[in-house]
Write a protein that binds this ligand. Structure first.
Ligand code: HEC
Ligand code: HEC
Length: 350
């Protein structure tokens, strides 16, 4: 059976279980299909719940799991769960959930260990789903939990303890209390509520994803100035040595220590310079518009631009995405931006 058929079969099994024993005559389904046998239901009914209910008998440790992992999983997910190509990352990402681009893994995001077992048992290895034994699945679960610092290396995961392993992000999952907690009639706000909400700016223009925390309760008008100081401060805390290697991504197109243009304009003296301000460099039309709009490069504007070049410049000139010729998608990590700017500050000085 293909992965998808198995998925459908599993969904059907859940329906049967949820609606109790199926009485064909009573439901007027006579002549359609047949009552599944207890064996069939058993093979479909493989879900394992957060509290461990439904977990089959078995056990496995990280050491055992590693051996299976290297043979059956590493080709797609990477030897260290780092994810190969577009295959999901399975390990790491701790503390990134509030980042601009959170890395959601078993360790950083998943609320229940049982889901690891259930998912692997149901769907992996991709293309050969449900080929693993229960012991192999327990061992793989143990290996992935160990690699994510959730359990110790010699801890054996079993049907008895899978429902009790506490996951790092578990507390951030909770039952949505709505609609019970939401009073009818839209009077949910309890204090200091605004009378009327008015849209006064677009997220991109305001650059609302701040480099560091901080809620601007003063209202959105105050945000750019406040964020600017925060970003400048952030740039000053960056590590120029680490930033030098981030600049390797730019080097092919930009010279920073002398006024020489390459594919991109020289970044020598870029701090304090108007965008599009290098004489003799042929900027794209949109870039000229950004310059005309008065954008000047400093730590804050560079941080916005380097994180999302097209979106950021678009915000300045009122488009969704600017048509810049800079063929660069943006840096993903806040830390890289901070380090890079610290490096650029030193290296671009005239
Ligand atoms: C042929 C490639 C391939 C192999 C081999 C493979 N996987 Fe996967 N795995 C995937 C793909 C693709 C997804 C995403 C599936 C989706 O999102 O529908 C995935 C998703 C996962 C996830 C969920 C990740 C997440 O955060 O959403 C886990 C856990 C996982 N695989 C574990 C394993 C284990 C354990 C093995 C070895 C038994 C394995 N995989 C083998 C391709 C593979
Ligand atoms: C593939 C080539 C390429 C890469 C890689 C690249 N840039 Fe650019 N960059 C350009 C081009 C071309 C422009 C001019 C864009 C335009 O005219 O639309 C530009 C413009 C800029 C500007 C505006 C300069 C000015 O005079 O206003 C800055 C700042 C900048 N890039 C920094 C960087 C940094 C930092 C990196 C690395 C993280 C980087 N770029 C990566 C090609 C590149």
């Amino acid at each position: 059976m293909s992965v998808w058929l198995k998925g459908i079969a599993a969904a059907l099994a859940l329906t049967f279980v949820a609606s109790g024993p199926l009485d064909a005559a009573e439901r007027k389904y006579e002549g359609v299909g047949r009552t599944p046998t207890a064996e069939e239901i058993k093979s479909w009914d493989i879900d394992v719940r957060p509290d461990g209910q439904g977990a089959p008998v078995g056990h496995g440790t990280a050491g055992e799991g590693e051996r299976v992992y290297l043979v059956k999983c590493a080709s797609c997910h990477g030897e260290f769960g780092e994810g190969g190509g577009r295959y999901p990352v399975l390990i790491g990402g701790h503390g990134t959930l509030k980042d601009m681009r959170p890395e959601k893994t078993i360790g950083s995001y998943w609320p229940y260990a049982s889901t690891v077992f259930d998912y692997i048992k149901r769907a992996m290895p991709f293309g050969d789903a449900q080929s693993l034994t229960d012991d192999e699945t327990y061992a793989l679960t143990a290996y992935l939990l160990f690699m994510n610092d959730v359990i110790e290396e010699d801890f054996a995961v079993t049907q008895d303890n899978i429902g009790t392993i506490e996951m790092p992000n578990q507390a951030n999952f909770f039952m949505d209390p709505r609609p019970d907690a939401q009073p009818e009639g839209g009077t949910a706000c309890m204090k200091d509520c605004k009378d009327k909400i008015e849209v006064i700016g677009r997220a991109r223009v305001l650059d609302v994803t701040p480099e560091t925390g901080g809620d601007t309760t003063e209202g959105a008008e105050a945000a750019p100035a406040e964020e600017k100081t925060e970003q400048v401060a952030a740039a000053e805390t960056g590590d120029p040595v680490a930033g030098r290697s981030v600049f390797n991504k730019c080097k092919g197109c930009h010279v920073i220590d002398s006024p020489k243009n390459r594919v991109g304009p020289s970044l020598h003296g870029v701090f304090g310079r108007a965008a599009g301000g290098v004489d003799g460099f042929r900027y794209s039309k949109d870039f000229q518009k950004v310059g005309d709009a008065g954008l000047v490069w400093d730590a804050a504007t560079l941080a916005g631009f380097l994180t999302d070049p097209k979106g950021y410049l678009g915000g300045v000139i009122g488009k969704e995405k600017a048509n810049t010729r800079m063929a660069f998608g943006g840096l993903r990590k806040e830390e890289d931006v901070r380090d890079l700017i610290a490096y650029m500050k030193e290296a671009s000085a005239e």
